[in-house]
Ligand binder design. Structure first.
Ligand code: GDP
Ligand code: MG
Length: 673
């Protein structure tokens, strides 16, 4: 079986090509760091596997996801490298290409984004480039599929083994390479050229060093390295620092300049591209942030007032009306026992239906997030936020996981992998749960619809902003008291803006949203029946009054704790308790407890139990208290630390209590109650 490894710089269209060649639907987004793990797919129409690796600028990794690609080249033995090169950024992209050529495996170069290059006035002679690299170079537009057939053909033919283009790094380095290669020559199980290993070792590639350490006495290699540095210093090739990398980089850059000179011409200068013009506004020093907030505000208007809610209401009318009637008639006709009827209607339908009616809102929100991702605005937001984020010990890149966290905290936490600094990464992981995910949205929807009908968007926005602001404050506190300071690097590509394709948007919205529906059909379905049973049974037997049920007992135990926060009823306590599993369950539980036939009657029941201030305090509590089960699991996995996992649960609870307390008691003092 053939294995083809797809490699290239970030955001060059690797995943787009991967999807084309394998017929899969991986996540495509217009910002660097979308793919943080390798993905494997079966090549369509031929034998073999295609591996989509995270994007890298060079084989020397800066962040955790970048190490994945180098690690792959070391541990696995791909038969072919498919190197995707962004034609509009040829010079920078070729750096990786040179390092891959040194790896010595058969290669095919696909020159992507030729449309973008053309629009910027570049003309690339693919034949000449192929001549220089001694490799097949295939111009494509992955987005439309133009030219991809040729890539398929080239893969079938197995590519070309690079041979002629060997860079001469000068006598000292070449000698060191020979010595290292000799030392490595006894390692007969290594499939890659020793020269490549030697070069990577000399460059100080940590992944390679760790790899070698496991097999060979690193002391010997280190000695050769030190000698080489010493020699280079004497001859002035290396200045004060002890790293050879700048020197080697310089040599490669010279080779690249020669290649570029022979194959790239700029036909006309494009003075100001659209991207520049838009960026002048949205990344403006002063306007950048207000524009972002305005975007968010419009997003919530769209979600809550203009599109989402009207659709939700329709769905609610259907589920509560015709659907329930039909189900009841159906169950009567097969004479189902009244116990089962109640379990289905009062448990499953109330619980699952209560969550399902929010599907339209959630999909609208996901559509907006997908749009932000694919248009290229995401990287700008990171940039706009960078200054603020740096003040508090994070950097702009931390904001991307947070925005993804608005959809769902689980992929948000995972997206933190593209952050270079371990401390910033850890901080981002434990703060991402403060971003209000879509599962919390049904709760807000329910409460703002009841208590703040006139200002739904602004109230919900305030909750989201509260999450952001608190995460910023906590980041500062944590970075002062808990984590040693590291100097921060912020480095993000600003990709050109692209009008997202309808197909991609719909697909990526569906990919995000389907989990929500699946969860409703499985987890929440099961949970709802259990919760219903707890509300149906009590110490006194079955079919007890709700206030004598087990659920009331359990909720009642913790209810007094919440009295100072404005929601000290057993109902609220029980809902919060079950919300540990998944936040949607809060709404399911309330639906079951209040046994309301539709949203309207549920609202009027709520009004009898909460004041507007208490409702706000409740929403804030839901925002902040503990991440859901799935998020806790992914935090554990990503941090690899039980201590930090516990920490994120405990600080969440503490902060939730404190902030809700301040809001409720403060609000009362101000006369809002
Ligand atoms: P990756 O980070 O290398 O995996 O890149 P993606 O496949 O996620 O694509 C990055 C962005 O570039 C997406 O917005 C794609 O729609 C877009 N894209 C991919 N190929 C082309 C192309 O040939 N031309 C243009 N204009 N855009 C492309
Ligand atoms: Mg990708």
């Amino acid at each position: 079986m053939n294995t083809v490894a797809l490699t290239g710089n970030p955001n060059t269209g690797k995943t787009t090509l991967f999807n084309l060649l394998t017929g899969s639907y991986e996540y495509v987004g217009n910002w660097p760091g979308v793919t943080v793990e390798k993905k494997v797919g079966r090549l369509r129409g031929m034998q073999g596997l295609l591996v989509d690796l995270p994007g890298i600028y060079s084989l020397t990794p800066l962040s955790k996801d970048e190490g994945v690609a180098t690690g792959y080249l070391l541990e696995e033995n791909p038969d072919l490298l498919l190197n995707i090169v962004d034609a509009s950024q040829l010079e920078r992209n070729l750096y990786l290409t040179l390092q891959l050529i040194e790896y010595g495996k058969p290669m095919v170069v696909s020159l992507n984004m030729v449309d973008v290059a053309k629009s910027r006035g570049y003309e690339i002679d693919a034949k000449k480039l192929a001549d220089k690299l001694q490799l097949p170079v295939l111009p494509i537009v992955a987005r439309t599929g133009n030219g991809c057939e040729k890539v398929r053909e080239a893969i079938k033919h197995g590519g070309v083994t690079p041979s002629d283009l060997q860079i001469n790094y000068g006598d000292i380095i070449e000698q060191a390479i020979d010595k290292l290669s000799f030392a490595l020559s006894f390692q007969t199980d290594l499939t890659m050229p020793k020269r490549w290993l030697a070069l990577q070792f000399l460059e100080g590639n940590e992944v390679v060093t760790t790899f070698l350490e496991k097999r060979i006495d690193i002391g010997l290699l280190d000695q050769i390295y030190q000698q080489t540095v010493e020699q280079c210093r004497k001859t002035g090739l290396v200045k004060n620092h002890s790293s050879l990398q700048p020197y080697m980089r310089q040599i490669r850059s010279k080779v690249i300049s020669e290649i570029i000179a022979s194959c790239l011409t700029q036909k006309h200068r494009v003075e100001k591209t659209w991207t520049d013009r838009i960026d002048n506004i949205v990344t403006h020093r002063l306007w950048g942030l207000p524009i972002f907030l305005l975007f968010m505000f419009l997003a919530f208007k769209l979600t809550f007032e203009w599109v989402g809610v009207p659709l939700s209401d329709l769905l609610d009318g259907f589920l509560g009306g015709p659907f329930t009637d039909w189900l009841r008639v159906g169950m009567e006709s097969i004479s189902l026992s009244s116990f089962l009827q109640a379990a289905i209607l009062d448990g499953a339908v109330a619980g699952v239906g209560g969550v399902l009616v929010f599907v339209p809102q959630i999909f609208v929100l996901f559509l907006i997030i997908s749009f932000i991702e694919d248009s290229g605005y995401m990287a700008r937001v990171a940039m706009v936020m960078d200054k603020i984020m740096e003040m508090i010990g994070l950097n702009g890149k931390s904001f991307i996981p947070m925005i993804i966290g608005f959809g769902c905290n689980v992929p948000g936490v995972m997206a933190a992998r593209s952050i270079e600094q371990p401390k910033e990464r850890l901080l981002t992981i434990i703060l991402t749960p403060l971003m209000s995910c879509s599962a919390r949205l049904p709760i807000y929807s329910l409460f703002v619809g009841t208590f703040f009908a006139q200002n739904q968007a602004i109230i919900v926005l305030s909750i989201y902003v509260l999450g952001i602001v608190l995460s910023l404050i906590l980041a500062k506190l944590f970075s002062i008291f808990l984590l040693r300071h590291e100097s921060s690097v912020f480095f993000i590509e600003l990709p050109p803006y692209r009008m997202p394709q309808g197909r991609t948007l719909i697909r990526s919205t569906w990919e995000k949203g389907k989990g929500f529906i699946r969860k409703a059909g499985t987890f929440i379905f099961g949970g709802s029946i259990v919760i219903w049973f707890l509300s149906y049974a009590g110490p006194g037997g079955l079919d007890v009054s709700m206030n004598d049920s087990f659920l009331a007992m359990i909720g009642g135990v913790i209810a007094p704790l919440f009295t100072p926060l404005g929601f000290g009823s057993w109902e609220a306590g029980a809902a919060l308790l079950t919300g540990f599993l998944a936040k949607e369950v809060v709404v399911s539980t309330m639906n079951i407890i209040y046994a309301a036939p539709d949203a309207l009657s549920l609202q009027s029941l709520l009004e009898s139990q909460f004041t507007a201030l208490g409702a706000y305090s409740f929403m804030v509590f839901v925002l902040l208290y503990v991440p859901c089960l799935a998020t806790v699991a992914v935090i554990r996995k990503e941090t690899g630390s039980a201590k930090w996992t516990w920490f994120s649960v405990v600080y969440g609870l503490a902060i939730a209590y404190l902030v809700s307390f301040l809001i409720y008691e403060g609000g009362k003092l101000l006369g809002f109650a």
